[in-house]
Design a binder for this molecule. Structure first.
Ligand SMILES: Cc1cc2nc3c(=O)[nH]c(=O)nc-3n(C[C@H](O)[C@H](O)[C@H](O)COP(=O)(O)OP(=O)(O)OC[C@H]3O[C@@H](n4cnc5c(N)ncnc54)[C@H](O)[C@@H]3O)c2cc1C
Length: 641
């Protein structure tokens, strides 16, 4: 726990605290004007504070604060003219380039701008070398999955990239953990529950990224009751919820009951309607963190019913989804089967899209050979390529050069390496975060700006901890730990996927990546407010503090298995996403979602002259398929206009 703080910590911790607005490249003395061309430029291998890394957001925040243009130098005209400029190099922006080329042809000249030092947006790749073993981790987007089935358009892209989703089971070694008796557990912490204790998880579906779908709830419940440090009354109440379901709303129709459930949080439903002991809420509270970035204090009981949480069987509800249900909460068998996880998550999708757009960047041509292909960042922005991806470049102004209704060109100004440049194009697609758009596009009507600004992002940490071995996980019998009271509410050993020559860890003595997830929420407040406070929290917490929390959590959870953070942790990459998931509408706080009518995302995504708007935010749906769907719509708007 008291290991010396290293250079890695300096880059990611101290430099941030000192308010430095530097990219890692500046600290590493790489050419700051064209860092991507330097031989040492390889963002996936950087550890420490990643995601929205230091230096990636300063320009955007200064635009927000109204200070950018006061300090900025006069924009320099690059003289570049494109068919299309795309702001945002996430899956939506990359898909937009792909669709545009399909519509216009392979010679279409496209410039993609992104403020980060790597492409992919949330779909980021983390690489580690631990004791000469190569390990991958996902820095954001985990897998191909969606609560509702992928659209024909989104499926089409997945298939064009050569990903055979039904073949996933071929790559997953389901028995790696199970054969060693590892399963999902709950860590009770002394600050919340009075004692540190690791206990069987009676509800493994809600334990995180586990593949475990153990239906033996009664047996698991018995084990849980035997060890869980919660009140005896809470145990009796939970057993009652399962064994003797009650109708808490007698005399109401199913629709009337659903209407009530849509307006009360699951936490309040449990304590105020079902009358159970508060300890149950404490155990359940963080279960929806991975989906919504908030706990059950801010998730409707109707959605909890959709997730099969206890307390609803006695209501005898009609199984059809109720009005105002979150789409994540509506079970769909077809969607559940459509799942594929690459070792670097959907960064593989981003990388395959980049390979299609600029073949010189990545070798190979299949969904398997992408996994070990090393990207050549020097080729992303090459004068000989019709498609260019310009990283470390924040778009600061997007405008028509005349009247948006009749003008034939759009000018995009972007900040890069302390200077401002301009380029022109026939069209622009804003595939960036919607909250950013009002600051860069003045031409948008006020009502639309308001709708764009309401697209709150969900603040999250996706932390990858490179471990020299996982013997301590084996000794405590867990591969997945739900920790409702801890800084990160989940710890999961990597899904054991081997593909394209990449081999997962099979023996506990081998290095592995453990994934930890934190939702920066502030229980008790409306969801949007929780996200605002959480965003500030993530931007202002140093890497050093996060590292201490990570080491403390792993030491307390795995200590009984012999875990020693100083010895067993080889590296830590915190993927900080203060602007994480797209905000999904919530029946507790968004009355329009219950009442019907035009939603803010429909208002927000209207085109303005030659400028169209994409990103997963445009569908208020935090999934890759939506990022693709919205790109398709945006491209259609400009190509079919
Ligand atoms: C931690 C995390 C885990 C997720 N897991 C999953 C999952 O497992 N499955 C799934 O389907 N979805 C998942 N998602 C949802 C994910 O957001 C979508 O899948 C999809 O990747 C979003 O793509 P996008 O292009 O719309 O947005 P983004 O990936 O956010 O890309 C937008 C890009 O625009 C950039 N940008 C913003 N403003 C500017 C500017 N002014 N100039 C230049 N660039 C700018 C941003 O920095 C960003 O790089 C996850 C999201 C997060 C945050």
């Amino acid at each position: 726990m008291h290991r010396r703080i290293t250079r890695r910590d300096f880059i990611n911790g101290v430099a941030v605290t000192a308010g430095a607005a530097m990219m890692p490249w500046q600290l590493l003395a790489i050419d700051t004007q064209a860092p991507e061309k330097s031989p040492g430029y390889y963002p996936p291998a950087l550890t420490g504070m990643r995601g929205s890394h230091p230096g990636s957001f300063d320009v955007a925040h200064s635009l927000r604060d109204g200070t950018f243009w006061d300090a900025a130098a006069k924009p320099e005209d690059t003289g570049e003219v494109y068919d299309l400029i795309i702001v945002g190099g996430g899956i939506s922006g990359l898909s937009a380039a792909h669709f545009y080329r399909k519509a216009i042809g392979g010679k279409a000249r496209i410039l993609i701008l992104d403020n980060h030092d790597d492409f992919g947006g949330h779909a980021k790749r983390n690489e580690f070398r631990i004791n000469n073993t190569f390990r991958l981790g996902f820095g954001g987007t985990f897998s191909i999955e969606s609560p509702a089935p992928y659209s024909a358009v989104a499926k089409g892209v997945i298939e064009e990239l050569g990903i055979d989703v039904p073949s996933y089971s071929k790559f997953l070694d389901k028995d790696v953990y199970r054969s060693k008796g590892l399963r999902s557990k709950i860590f009770f912490d002394k600050e919340t529950f009075g004692v540190d204790k690791l206990v069987t998880n009676f509800n493994p579906r809600n334990g995180g990224e586990s593949e475990d779908r153990n239906p033996e709830t009664p047996q698991l419940l018995r084990e849980f009751f035997a060890d869980a440090p919660i009140a005896e009354q809470a145990k009796r109440d939970l057993q009652e919820l399962y064994d003797h379901p009650k109708d808490y709303y007698p005399g109401l129709t199913s629709d009337e009951k659903k209407a009530k459930l849509a307006r009360i949080s699951y936490a309040n439903y449990l304590t105020d309607v079902a009358g159970v002991h508060h300890d149950i809420v404490k155990v359940f509270q963080a279960m929806p963190h991975g989906l919504f970035g908030v706990g059950f204090d801010a998730v409707a009981a109707q959605d909890a019913w959709g997730f099969d949480m206890p307390g609803f069987a006695g209501l005898k509800l009609d199984p059809a989804p109720g009005k105002g249900m979150n789409r994540d909460a509506i079970p769909n068998e077809e969607a559940e089967k459509y799942f594929f996880h690459f070792p670097d998550g959907n960064a593989s999708i981003a990388r395959m899209l980049v390979r299609k757009l600029i073949p010189e960047t990545l070798s190979g041509h299949t969904a398997s050979d992408i996994v070990l292909a090393k990207a050549n960042y020097a080729k992303l922005d090459d004068s000989s390529s019709p498609v260019k991806i310009r990283l470390n470049s924040t778009a600061v102004r997007v405008k028509h050069l005349g009247n948006p209704a009749s003008e034939k060109e759009v000018e995009v100004a972007y900040a890069r390496g302390g200077k401002v440049y301009t380029a022109r194009a026939k069209n622009a697609i804003l595939a960036c975060w919607h909250v950013m758009i009002p600051y860069i596009c003045d031409e948008i009507p006020d009502k639309q700006k308001e709708a764009l600004a309401s697209a709150q992002k969900v603040p999250l940490l996706y932390t990858n901890v490179a471990l020299r071995n996982w013997t301590s996980f084996q000794k405590v019998g867990a591969n997945s730990v739900y920790a409702p009271g801890m800084y990160h509410s989940g710890v999961n050993l990597d899904l054991p996927v081997s593909i394209g020559g990449y081999e997962c860890a099979r023996k506990p003595e081998e290095p592995i990546v453990a994934h930890m997830m934190k939702a920066a929420c502030h229980p008790g407040l409306p969801a949007r407010q929780q996200h605002s406070f959480g965003r500030i929290e993530l931007y202002t917490t140093t890497f050093e503090t996060m590292e201490r929390k990570i080491r403390d959590q792993l030491a307390r959870t795995l200590g009984p298995g012999g875990f020693d953070p100083a010895r067993d942790i080889a590296a830590i990459t915190v993927n900080r996403w203060p602007h994480g998931y797209a905000y999904e509408y919530n029946s507790l706080f968004d009355t329009f979602w219950l009442e019907g009518g035009e939603t803010p995302c429909e208002v927000a995504r209207k085109p303005i002259g030659r400028i169209s708007i994409a990103n997963a935010d445009a569908g208020a749906y935090a999934y890759t398929d939506e990022a693709i769907n919205q790109a398709y719509r945006a491209v259609n708007e400009i190509t079919k206009a």
